[in-house]
Design a protein around this ligand. Structure first.
Ligand SMILES: NC(=O)c1ccc[n+]([C@@H]2O[C@H](COP(=O)([O-])OP(=O)(O)OC[C@H]3O[C@@H](n4cnc5c(N)ncnc54)[C@H](OP(=O)(O)O)[C@@H]3O)[C@@H](O)[C@H]2O)c1
Length: 293
């Protein structure tokens, strides 16, 4: 099914002001999840940090026999803490109960710092949860080169979540593209950079570097026009078809935009278009990371 490599993000479901939305019609969490299921989306990405998103997933599951696979996170860990094991266990147990599932399919550390992702107490606790079947796979969501290199080289992590989008393929191009880490699943996130690439007017007073972002997008709009592919479809297809990417996380609370995303899974971008984008996206940009806005 075309949605099976798509993971639907729920940050905006639990925190409605998250990101920069389109003018499209936004639906309730329930209608969105029904549509996602109908389109073949198998996995929801959530976190205890995303407001009541896990509870809303649980509410959906109560009314539907077909359950989503759940990708969630564990947060607020402290390096070298003797209590990490119980903190992680309790967090995962809570997530399972709230989301109404038998286990967590994918568990990420929500903190990306080296002190957390390389902490031996945290790592052994994660492995224990995997051994007892509470969690199937464990992963990290990284923000820089060093974190990515460590995660890819580690024997522990099954999945590495990386920002990959038409504005930023810097980490991908430096570390992932040659795919010498074929045992890892590479998950693309921020494929629309929180929506700022299409809806930047909503960001004017909130985001520094907005001029650079808008200027960059002028080039993308020209490419979109030249190749006659609308910008959201181009942006999605670019990340989705990146050779080493296993799955793509997308955020939307519009069934129309979700439909469009699923349709874009069929798009093959011309290789010249991809090269033109990569010349620009491979370069490091301080504004590629929303934490620097
Ligand atoms: N692990 C981590 O540290 C981490 C960090 C960030 C995010 N995430 C996960 O990733 C998910 C996605 O977050 P993200 O920051 O990466 O967001 P994103 O997917 O890059 O962008 C989402 C935004 O794009 C807009 N959008 C989607 N389709 C569009 C279209 N066709 N036209 C115009 N706008 C469109 C959405 O607005 P509409 O609702 O109007 O469609 C939404 O505001 C989150 O929900 C979360 O689950 C994880």
């Amino acid at each position: 099914m075309s949605g099976d490599r798509i993971i639907l993000g729920t940050a905006k479901i639990g925190m409605p002001s998250y990101g920069f939305s389109s003018e499209s019609n936004h639906v309730s969490y329930y209608d969105l999840f029904c549509k996602a299921s109908e389109l073949g989306v198998l996995t929801l990405d959530t976190s205890p940090r995303y407001g009541n998103a896990e509870e809303l997933i649980g509410a959906y599951h109560k009314k539907n026999d077909r359950k989503f696979l759940i990708s969630t996170k564990v947060d607020n860990l402290i390096p070298n803490d003797k209590d990490s094991e119980s903190a992680i266990f309790n967090s995962v147990k809570n997530s399972i109960n709230k989301a109404g599932v038998s286990h967590i399919e994918e568990l990420y550390l929500h903190q990306n710092e080296m002190g957390i992702i390389s902490d031996s107490k945290i790592i052994s606790s994660l492995l224990k949860l995997k051994n007892i079947g509470m969690v199937k796979k464990i992963g990290v969501s990284i923000y820089n080169y060093e974190e990515c290199k460590f995660s890819l080289e580690s024997d522990v992590y099954d999945m590495v979540q990386i920002p990959i989008n038409i504005m930023d393929t810097n980490i991908y191009s430096r570390l992932v593209k040659n795919n010498t880490f074929s045992t890892k699943e590479i998950i693309a996130r921020s494929v629309f950079l929180q929506g700022i690439m299409f809806n930047s007017k909503k960001a004017n007073n909130k985001v520094s570097h907005i001029e650079e972002i808008d200027e960059y997008m002028v080039s993308m709009k020209l490419l979109s026009k030249k190749y006659k592919i609308d910008l959201p479809s181009l942006a999605f297809a670019f990340a989705y078809n990146m050779p080493s990417v296993s799955k793509v996380i997308v955020g939307t609370s519009s069934t129309d935009n979700l439909d469009k995303i699923i349709k874009s899974t069929k798009i093959q971008l011309p290789s010249l278009l991809i090269s033109n984008i990569r010349i620009m996206s491979d370069e490091y940009k301080v504004w590629g990371n929303p934490r620097n806005w």
